[in-house]
Write a protein that binds this ligand. Structure first.
Ligand code: PLP
Length: 412
């Protein structure tokens, strides 16, 4: 999770502050949140107002349990089923193929642990070194319990080397898991080779589409995948809600037991309000994907041009690889990323994936792409979202340029 920090200089030190203020972790003073330029939409997005409006009644006025047998329970169940259709439509799935979860981390755990659990003797997992920790740590956890875990290397451009697939996937492989788009670099994977390799040996194919859905076109039939993990809070829906797509006829062992909800695939009382919000967010994402992408590309280009026009040593990571329209990872040669963030406290960006950046260390993704740790620690990820404007980008550049210059001067 990314902590928003505020500058030490010239800030009022007043504990009696309105909730629109954030606490500065450097000086413990306060700074108004509206001063901040948020360019970290891969970490999370705001709940859109349409989503919020749709959710509100389900907290109190319509608080019913979707598993209850009475009429009110059925009304809640209907709302969940509408959302199931909306989420399914976003990825070209059938509603019965959608299992609601608490988010992508849980979906990924269910996909990998569940695939191994139902694989009758197969114990192999094949994944890639640039995957999110939710995949890497789950695969490692399974390896500690007897699975064999092959982590494929990637090229300098963040892509899987097709040759590395040969021999990695075999008749012992239960599941191959390769993400559709990387959260730190935005690199979009060509899943064709990995899917074919899984198919050849009868293994399941899972993909983490957390950052891809709503940003690029992704269709489960077209991609020919078995399992896909997605999360509402990356597409202007609420946190704590997600889904696992499970292709019809694919069996996965449940991970959470008790009650048999979600067709015995994930037990637990459904988060009706969250699921309703997820559904509306998915419908909006399908409608706005192309226009969002067009705007994002323009804003990212303005950001890169603005920074590179005023600073030397600005390099885009995986510059010539196809990337998400809203994401750019930039190396500022000779300037430590954490130090830049401390000197540009009003610009909310990330020096690694949101889930690990509270503990600053060079990104495992960048290092897997062959970047030395020192270079990787000079990289910042910028990700735009629907609310981002050209003015935000201009202001971010205006704050970052002197910040990078200052850091370089101090460390020279
Ligand atoms: N996978 C990717 C690629 C992500 O970016 C994230 C979150 O940052 C996750 C998985 C975990 O998602 P969630 O926050 O829904 O558990």
């Amino acid at each position: 999770m990314q902590i928003i920090v505020a500058a030490a200089e010239n800030q009022p030190h007043n504990d009696d502050v309105p909730p629109s203020w954030v606490r500065c972790i450097y000086c413990h003073g306060r700074r108004e949140m509206s001063d901040h330029i948020y360019l970290d939409y891969n970490a999370t997005t705001p709940v859109s107002l349409e989503v919020l409006d749709a959710m509100v009644p389900w907290f109190n006025e319509r608080f019913w349990n979707a598993a209850s047998a009475h009429t009110l329970g059925m009304v809640a169940r209907d709302a969940v089923e509408i959302a199931r259709h909306q989420v399914a439509d976003l990825i070209g799935a059938h509603p019965n193929e959608i299992v609601f979860t608490s988010g992508s981390t849980e979906s990924i755990n269910l996909a990998l642990v569940g695939a191994l659990g139902s694989s009758s003797g197969r114990t192999g997992i094949v994944t890639a070194a640039t995957e999110h920790k939710a995949v890497l740590d789950t695969a490692a956890w399974l390896a500690e319990r007897g699975a064999y875990n092959r982590v494929l290397p990637v090229t300098a451009s963040g892509e899987i080397d097709p040759e590395m697939l040969v021999g990695s996937v075999d008749e012992h492989t239960a599941v191959v898991s390769i993400m559709a788009a990387n959260n730190e670099t935005g690199v979009i994977a060509d899943l064709t080779g990995p899917v074919e390799a899984a198919r050849r040996f009868g293994a399941l194919f899972h993909t983490d589409v957390t950052q891809a859905v709503g940003r690029i076109n992704f269709d489960v039939e077209h991609s020919d995948i078995d399992l896909a993990s997605l999360s509402a809070h990356k597409m202007y829906g609420p946190k704590g809600v997600g889904a696992l797509y499970v292709r019809r006829n694919v069996q996965i062992e449940p991970v959470i037991h008790g009650g048999g909800h979600e067709n015995n695939r994930r037990s637990g009382t459904l988060n009706v309000a969250g699921i309703v919000g997820f559904g509306v967010a998915a419908e909006l994402a399908a409608k706005q994907r192309d226009s969002d992408a067009e705007r994002s590309l323009q804003l990212i280009s303005e950001l890169v041009v603005g920074l590179a026009g005023q600073l030397d040593g600005v390099g885009v990571v995986a510059e010539s690889t196809t990337r998400l329209p809203n994401t750019v990872n930039i190396r500022f040669a000779g300037a430590d990323a954490e130090a830049i963030m401390a000197n540009a406290p009003t610009v909310a960006v990330s020096s690694g994936s949101a889930c690990t950046s509270m503990f600053p260390h060079p990104s495992h993704v960048l290092m897997a792409m062959g970047m030395p740790a020192e270079d990787a620690s000079e990289c910042l990820r910028f990700s735009t979202g629907r609310p981002t404007t050209s003015k935000d980008v201009t202001e971010a550049v205006a704050v970052l340029v002197p910040a990078v210059t200052r850091v370089r001067e101090v460390t020279r």
